[in-house]
Design a protein around this ligand. Structure first.
Ligand code: ADP
Length: 160
């Protein structure tokens, strides 16, 4: 059975993430989206809020699960019995860092294979940081995230 994990911050989830999720989930029997609980980063959404948003957006996808995790990705892979780690690549700027992490993980846990999916052209510019930046200035984020989560994002900035 091919079980994959797709770890990330997803703060918030974007069309870029959802594109990778839709394309990657088809390749595996089970696909686990793992939301990082990162206490150092000043996150916009709590990990639980991020999980609920992604759950709602992927509820029609039968083999997709969403959960939080803390610590090392290889420990998560061991815990859930995943053999593949999925990451998305947007541009060469992602490559150096991702290659280093993938190679480190391979040394530390050879049973886990890292698989990269390249971004769809339409989303190569898109990141959660861009979404937060636009939303914080009251900009239109409808090209970046699904309509259903726009009010949740805007709400966060209204009370800051
Ligand atoms: P992290 O903080 O781990 O980079 P992110 O939420 O920023 O978490 O991203 C999670 C994963 O999704 C990463 O592999 C990232 O490269 C990928 N990703 C983010 N945005 C896009 C996009 N627009 N197109 C393709 N992959 C993306």
């Amino acid at each position: 059975m091919k079980k994959a994990i797709y770890p990330g911050s997803f703060d918030p989830v974007t069309f870029g993430h959802l594109d990778i999720i839709e394309r990657a989930a088809d390749l595996f029997d089970e696909f686990i989206i793992a939301v990082l609980i990162n206490s150092q980063k000043n996150a916009l959404f709590s990990a639980d809020e991020r999980v609920s948003m992604i759950e709602e957006l992927t509820k029609e996808m039968g083999n997709v699960r969403v959960r939080t995790f803390e610590g090392l990705t290889i420990d998560l892979a061991k815990e859930v019995g995943a053999n593949v780690l999925v990451r998305g690549l947007r541009a060469v700027t992602d490559f150096d860092y991702e290659l280093q992490i993938a190679q480190t993980n391979k040394v530390q846990y050879p049973q886990l294979e890292t698989v990269f999916l390249t971004t769809s052209l339409a989303y190569s510019y898109l990141s959660s940081t861009i979404v937060r930046e636009f939303a914080s200035h009251g900009g239109d984020i409808s090209n970046f995230v699904p309509e259903s989560i726009i009010p949740l994002i805007e709400n966060k900035y209204q009370y800051r």
